[in-house]
Design a protein around this ligand. Structure first.
Ligand code: NAI
Length: 680
C-alpha cells in the first residue's frame, strides 16, 4: 500500500507494531490545531484504524511543546454561531474517533499542552508528561471568552472529578507536570532520558485507563451538582461579572444541566461555545490575545540573547527589576552606593522566590544568580545595563557618561526613568543613539507591560534589542516615543485628576471607585492613586501639567505636604489597615453613575486620541494593548480605542461637548477624533 504523507503530521510504525504519530505544524514555531491540522488528523485516525496497530502514541516533533491549543487566528474568521459550530464539530468528530479506537492510545507530552492540545490528550487512554519546568498543562479557554469546546469539559470531569476539573477550567489555570500528576490528569511524569521509552512500556502493559475515584465521581450527580453549581457561581461573581465575562458562568450552566449525561453534555458544550465565540466579549479577548502576540513579535533582534543583566540602583524599582531578571534565569549584578541599600532588595527577592517557587532548592538556585555588586564588577560582563537610581537628570547623566567606557560594546544601556526625557540624558555620550528607556511599572513582578522609550536620536537596533530583552524576561515591550509621561502615565493622569476632582465635588471615594470597577477596571482610580503613592501621582501630574494644561486638585498637594501619601503611609484618600483600604458601603449620592463613568472614561479616551495624534505609538492597536497590559483597561472591551469605535466616535465627541459645557475646557474633544470620524 502506498504510504500517504501529510503536511502537518508524520507517521512511523516501530518494530513492536506501535504507530508513532508526530505533530509538526508546518510554517509555525508552535503546534496549533487549525481546521487543516484537524482534518489531516481525522484522516490519519481512519487510516491507523484500518492498520489496527498494537497502539498509537501521539507526540510532538517540536521541542517547544506538544500542542498550544486551537488556532486562535482562525477564531477571527468566525462569522456567526453556525460557523463556530462547524469548527467545533470538526474537533468533536476527531476526538470522538480517537477515543473510540479499539487499541490503546497515549499522548506523550512535552512543553505546552493547552486548550485543544489537552482536549486531544484527554481523548487518549493514557497521558505521560515530561518532567521539565516548561511543561504546562491546562484548559485556559476562559481567557479567550469561551470554555473548552472539543469535549474537554466532559473528559476532564470524567478523569479527575468535577471539583478539580471545574476549578481548573473556570480559572483557566495551567499546571506543571508535578501538579498535573497530583490531580490525576497525567498517568506518569518522566525525565527526559525515559521519555520515549515510557510510552511503549505503558501501552504494552495496558492498565485500565484512569477514572475519577468513586467519591469524586459521585459529586457529578444531581443534588450535589446543583449545590456545587450554586457555590461556583457565587465564587465567580466575587471575581468577575457575567455580563463582562459570560464564559465561566455558561460552563457552570452546561455542567449543572447535563453533567450526568456525557453525550448530552458534549453537545451542549459545543453549542455553548459556538454562542460564546460569536459574542463581543470573546471577540475582544481574542483581539487582546493576538495583540499580546504582536507585542512579543521580534523579527529583527531574534538572535540577541541576554544572559547577564546589571542593575544600578537597588531601590523599589531597581531591586525588583533585578529580582525579576534573576527569576527569569539571568545572572544579575545589583549595584548601589552602599551594601545597606541593597539588603532590603535581596530580602524582598527572597520572599518573592519563596512565594513563586516554593521548593527551597529552587529558591537557592535563583538567589545564587542575584549578586550584590557595589563595585560594579559585573558591568563588563553584562548584556544589558539598567539604571534605576534617583530621579535626577544631572546624576543620571553623570552615571551614563561614566558607564559608557565600562560596558560591552553590544550591551544595552537603559534608563528606567519615569519622567526625564531621553534627550536630556544623552549629553556627553559618545554614542547617543545607544541609550534607550526601559520603563517598568510597579510592582515589576505583576505588571506585564514595559514601555521601550526612544527619541529621534535612538538607534532602531537598540530599541529592537531592548524589546528582545523584555520578551526574554517574560514581559511585553511596547515602543513609545519619548514625551512627558510616555504613554501609560500620560493617559492615566487626567483620569486620576478627574477622579480627585469628582471627589472634591463631594462624591465619596467609594462611589467613584465602584463606578470604575463596574465599568470593568481592576481597581478604582482613588484606590489606584493611593496604591501608586500620592507623592508619585503629584510629581507625575506636575511633570505633565504644562503639556496637558492639567489642573491639580489642591487637596492632593495638601495631602502630600501632610505626609498622607496613600497606602504606603497608612492613609491617603482611604485609611489603611493591614494594607487594606477601609471602605464604607456605597450610598447613592448626588451625581449619577453614568455621569461619573463618562467623566472618568472620556478623560482616558481623549488622552488616547491625543497620543495617537502625536504618534507616540505605532497605531491604535498597540495603544490598546498598552492600556490593557499597563493599566488593566477592561480586556473584554478590547482596549480603549476599540471601545471608542464600538461606542461610536460621534457619540464620544457629542458627549464630550456636553461635559465641556458643564465642567469646562478639559473635555474639549481632541482634534484626532475628527480624523477618526472621517476614517470610519
Ligand atoms: P528609590 O529611591 O527607591 O531607589 C533609588 C536607589 O538608587 C536608592 O537605593 C539609592 O541609594 C540608589 N542610588 C542613588 N544614586 C545612586 C548612584 N549614583 N549609584 C548607585 N545607586 C544610586 O527610587 P525608585 O522608586 O526605585 O525609582 C528609581 C527610578 O525608577 C527613578 O528614575 C524613577 O523615576 C523610576 N521609576 C519609579 C517607579 C516607581 O513606582 N517608584 C516606576 C517606574 C519608574
Amino acid at each position: 500500500m502506498e504510504k500517504k504523507t501529510y503536511k502537518h503530521w508524520k507517521l512511523e510504525t516501530d518494530d513492536a507494531g506501535i504507530v508513532w504519530c508526530y505533530i509538526d505544524v508546518k510554517d509555525s514555531s508552535t503546534n496549533v490545531l487549525s481546521s487543516q491540522v484537524l482534518d489531516e488528523f481525522t484522516d490519519i485516525l481512519d487510516s491507523v484504524a484500518e492498520q489496527a496497530p498494537v497502539g498509537l502514541i501521539i507526540l510532538s516533533a517540536k521541542e517547544n511543546g506538544f500542542i498550544a491549543g486551537a488556532d486562535v487566528r482562525e477564531f477571527t474568521t468566525i462569522k456567526d454561531e453556525k460557523d463556530a459550530l462547524l469548527m467545533l464539530n470538526r474537533g468533536h468528530d476527531a476526538f470522538n474517533k480517537l477515543e473510540a479506537l479499539p487499541f490503546p492510545t497515549l499522548a506523550l507530552i512535552n512543553g505546552f499542552c493547552l486548550g485543544g492540545g489537552l482536549e486531544l490528550s484527554l481523548a487518549c487512554d493514557y497521558r505521560i508528561a515530561l518532567e521539565d519546568e516548561k511543561t504546562r498543562i491546562g484548559l485556559p479557554e476562559v481567557l479567550l471568552g469561551i470554555h473548552p469546546g472539543f469535549g474537554g469539559s466532559v473528559r476532564l470531569i470524567r478523569l479527575i472529578g468535577p471539583i478539580q476539573a471545574m476549578q481548573l477550567m473556570l480559572q483557566g489555570k495551567s499546571l506543571d507536570a508535578r501538579q498535573a500528576k497530583k490531580v490525576g490528569i497525567i498517568d506518569y511524569m518522566v525525565p527526559e532520558r525515559q521519555f520515549h521509552k515510557a510510552g511503549p512500556d505503558l501501552l504494552l502493559k495496558r492498565p485500565l485507563p484512569k477514572r475519577a475515584p468513586r467519591h469524586l465521581a459521585l459529586l457529578n450527580h444531581t443534588p450535589f451538582r446543583q449545590l456545587m453549581a450554586k457555590y461556583l457561581r457565587s465564587q465567580l461573581a466575587k471575581k468577575v461579572k457575567s455580563i463582562h465575562y459570560p464564559a465561566p458562568f455558561k460552563l457552570v450552566d452546561v455542567w449543572e444541566q447535563y453533567g450526568d449525561n456525557e453525550k448530552a453534555m458534549l453537545k451542549a458544550e459545543a453549542l455553548s461555545v459556538a454562542k460564546l465565540a460569536s459574542n463581543k466579549s470573546s471577540r475582544n479577548l481574542v483581539r487582546i490575545f493576538l495583540l499580546q502576540e504582536r507585542l512579543k513579535e521580534n523579527k529583527n533582534a531574534k538572535d540577541f540573547k541576554t544572559e547577564n543583566v546589571h542593575v544600578i540602583g537597588a531601590g523599589v524599582m531597581g531591586g525588583d527589576i533585578a529580582a525579576w531578571c534573576a527569576l527569569q534565569g539571568m545572572q544579575v549584578g545589583l549595584q548601589d552606593r552602599e551594601a545597606r541599600f541593597i539588603a532590603p532588595a535581596i530580602k524582598r527577592a527572597a520572599s518573592l522566590y519563596k512565594r513563586r517557587l516554593k521548593l527551597p532548592r529552587l529558591v537557592t538556585n535563583v538567589m545564587d544568580r542575584l549578586v550584590p555588586d557595589i563595585n560594579g564588577y559585573n558591568l563588563k560582563k553584562a548584556d544589558a545595563i539598567i539604571e534605576a537610581i534617583v530621579e535626577n537628570t544631572e546624576i543620571k547623566k553623570g552615571l551614563f557618561q561614566e558607564l559608557q567606557d565600562k560596558v560591552k560594546e553590544d550591551a544595552i544601556l537603559a534608563t528606567n526613568t519615569s519622567s526625564i526625557s531621553l534627550e536630556m540624558l544623552t549629553d556627553g555620550l559618545k554614542e547617543p543613539s545607544r541609550l534607550v528607556g526601559i520603563h517598568f511599572f510597579n510592582p515589576v513582578s505583576r505588571m506585564q507591560l514595559v514601555e521601550i522609550i526612544y527619541s529621534d536620536q535612538t538607534g532602531k537596533e537598540w530599541v529592537e534589542r531592548a524589546q528582545s530583552f523584555c520578551c526574554q524576561i517574560g514581559r511585553l515591550p511596547l515602543p513609545v516615543k519619548s514625551s512627558p509621561g510616555f504613554l501609560v502615565n500620560r493617559i492615566l493622569t487626567p483620569y486620576l485628576m478627574e477622579a480627585m476632582q469628582i471627589h472634591e465635588e463631594g462624591i465619596p471615594a467609594e462611589k467613584i471607585d465602584k463606578v470604575a470597577v463596574d465599568f470593568g477596571l481592576p481597581m478604582g482610580p482613588v484606590e489606584l492613586a493611593d496604591t501608586v503613592g500620592l507623592d508619585i501621582c503629584l510629581s507625575v501630574a506636575k511633570n505633565l501639567s504644562e503639556k496637558l494644561e492639567l489642573a491639580i486638585p489642591q487637596r492632593l498637594e495638601d495631602m502630600v505636604t501632610r505626609g498622607s501619601l496613600g497606602k504606603k503611609s497608612g492613609s491617603g484618600f482611604y485609611l489603611y489597615k493591614n494594607g487594606k483600604p477601609q471602605q464604607q458601603a456605597v450610598q447613592s449620592n448626588g451625581m449619577d453613575s453614568r455621569e461619573i463613568e463618562d467623566r472618568l472614561v472620556l478623560r482616558i479616551l481623549n488622552e488616547c486620541a491625543a497620543c495617537l495624534r502625536e504618534e507616540l505609538v505605532e497605531d491604535a492597536d498597540l495603544l490598546d494593548a498598552g492600556m490593557v497590559f499597563g493599566t488593566g483597561f477592561p480586556p473584554f472591551l478590547g482596549g480603549p480605542m476599540n471601545y471608542a469605535h464600538d461606542r461610536g466616535i460621534n457619540n464620544i465627541t457629542a458627549r464630550m461637548e456636553e461635559l465641556k459645557s458643564k465642567y469646562g475646557q478639559r473635555f474639549d474633544p481632541d482634534p484626532h477624533w475628527e480624523k477618526l470620524a472621517g476614517d470610519t
